[in-house]
Design a protein around this ligand. Sequence first.
Ligand SMILES: Nc1ncnc2c1ncn2[C@@H]1O[C@H](COP(=O)(O)OP(=O)(O)OP(=O)(O)O)[C@@H](O)[C@H]1O
Ligand SMILES: [Mg+2]
Length: 510
Amino acid sequence: MLARAHAFTIDGLRTRHVNVEVDVRPGLPAFAIVGLADTAVREARERIHAAIRNSGYEFPNRRITANLAPGGFPKAGPGLDLALACAVLAASGQIPAVGLEDTALFGELGLDGSITASQGTLAVAGATRRAALDKLILAGTRVHEAQLIPGLHVAVAESLTSAVRVLSGGEPDPTPSRASRLRARGCERPSLLDLSEVSGQHNAVRALVISAAGGHNCLFSGPPGTGKTMLAQRMPSILPPLSRNEALEVAQLHSAAGEPIEALSSVRPFRAPHHSITAAGLIGGAQRGWVGEAALAHRGVLFLDELSEFARPTLEALRQPLEDGRVSIVRARHSAVYPTRFMLLAATNPCPCGHAGDGDRCSCSEAELARHRRRLSGPLLDRLDLLVDLHRETTSEGRLGSLESSEQARRRALDARERQRSRLRAHGIGLNAEMDAGALREHVRLDGRGEAMVSAARRRGLLSARGESRLLRVARTIADLDGVDRVRTRDIGAALALRPYATDTERSVA
Ligand SMILES: Nc1ncnc2c1ncn2[C@@H]1O[C@H](COP(=O)(O)OP(=O)(O)OP(=O)(O)O)[C@@H](O)[C@H]1O
Ligand SMILES: [Mg+2]
């Protein structure tokens, strides 16, 4: 007898509908799964066997063939377990096949018949809706992700027995409360840190707000304990909220990586991977659901603290995501493309001992200083718009207090973004950081003094051609924060002050 069930597999962010067909016939006992199944799916045989028996059903002692159709693409992950088990039960006449016709099943089975939520639930819920299926059965821990898709009927089943009950028209299991789900996962939502806690360092705070307003990449450099990490951590609190569509896109990426999604969050992602991360960890690998930090930072911030400690190949790997706003991963039979539109924030000490520029406290040798500079040069630094030096503040500066609160800064950044959006609409972009040469020519017209200032910086070797474009974009954002239409000489001066030195690469081409 033949039975069919609906399931989905996930390849990166792409979800594909899988028809799980199971045929049970007389013959020598065997259980074969065909249709380009990966190791996790092939291992499903053992789990399904145990789960069916331990749930009080009979595992058919006959010849079972499961076909995952269409056969043209690889099926991965343990999320197909539930559909396979239910199709086996229906094909052996233990449950009515009719319940499977318009229901999608998604979950991994434990040997005791319990269902575990699989990563990518949000994407599967969206695909279930698009496939016009009536209902999605899944485990309670991820039910809130599925409920983010409007119009989808979601039923919770914590075990194979519960899933069978729902398929036969019975009641689903209760939806777990938010508190118990959070407890089960050991996670809680961090509250946003406020900019008003930063005392002094006004130059760096200004740079942070400019960066948030125009989408500029920014590097903080300074001795230990000057507040570099502290400042970067406050970036999410001044960024404008995600739109609903952006939030859904972000949630899908995080769901695909197996992170718990409670509700759509309007707070932009902030990812701060440790410097020991590998290139694959940063940009992603072909392993199922292995989304890299660059994609998890999409629409938010990627913060590389202690930049000089990251391995060079790891930083090199960021070039494509930074340039193209996406990363494609191709390995053997699998491929996936993830969006990576993030803002890059980085922090570093000015030298290995951390005290360069701090009177005569620096104990580094010339060779050490040169090595440190080399580690920081290269393609990544070339893509930074703001290079901010932080200094240990003297007592009087320290007493300056905080420059502004996150709320004030966010409002200013939002206003500045609104101005950019209306000005740049015709170019199909929304942020000053995205302006190309044409947009720059049109929207950043300097007067004689401004031109003279830029030429002088170029002559002094402070600016390459590329650095100049970056400087003009930043100046445009500074003017936008002040609510003025024309970029003034003082905006150029302020942008130059936030770019006190050229990167090594710039120097070599300047
Ligand atoms: N400008 C500041 N305002 C208020 N507190 C500060 C400031 N700078 C540093 N601190 C305090 O010092 C602590 C350490 O700062 P932070 O970790 O940001 O320094 P850092 O510049 O990143 O140092 P390192 O180079 O060692 O990483 C902060 O948690 C905070 O309590
Ligand atoms: Mg730090």
